[in-house]
Design a protein around this ligand. Sequence first.
Ligand code: OAD
Length: 240
Amino acid sequence: MGSVNLARKWIREAAVVTALTGAGISAESGIPTFRGPGGLWKQFRPEDLATPEAFARDPKLVWEWYDWRRTLIAAAEPNAGHAALVQLERARPSFTLITQNVDGLHERAGTRNVVKLHGDLWTLRCTVCHRERRDERTPLPELPPRCECGAPMRPGVVWFGETLPPDAWERAEAATRAANVFLVVGTSAVVYPAAGLIPLAKSSGARVIECNMEETPFSAQVDRAFRGAAGELLPQLVAS
Ligand code: OAD
């Protein structure tokens, strides 16, 4: 049996399927990834834009960058990779999608059970009263946007040096431990704790399947590593 056929069989027969996605799944929608060719961290320094210190230093600069990304993403559409994961959720009795992405494309495609490890670009959080608000306007009329209480708001994402939302992390760990098949899609798997879910899935007994354009630190340890674009690989893997 060919590699794709075997992986497809594992997926079809799994009671519990969990997927972990990263920026690579949105690349075919025209959204830049962080690392690799054309990656955001080739052009910008994370310590200038994606840390609490950067925001304290220059909130307007940080917001301009997030506003630019929001505008780019608002104009993008989910791709065949996102759609294949929607199909998978509908076909499997238990499915959890853990994502490091903040773009909201999985939800826009139609996936329901999404765990957002790094937050959401479309949520704003008050820096003082911590109230949250969903705001999809692009561009935002005022930078930084203001809370009803008058204080500046920040993007509702996780920055370097911050801890992940505890409820999201608990759900991610539980879905990883329970998985019969764990799909890893479009992540360089170098940012922790998210990347730690891959060895956790393996040690919990899941068959781990990787889909990525390039090799990752876990490629040699997974059960199957497919090289290619998520938008081409995933539809083949979830086809019934
Ligand atoms: P990266 O940019 O680090 O990695 C993207 C991965 O996707 C790479 O391994 C690429 O080879 C792969 N890739 C690119 N195009 C692809 C395609 N069409 N199909 C399949 N794979 C493709 O993105 P993440 O791993 O998501 O965190 O990065 C993790 C975290 O680092 C992000 O959530 C963000 C970033 O800094 C924070 O901002 C806290």
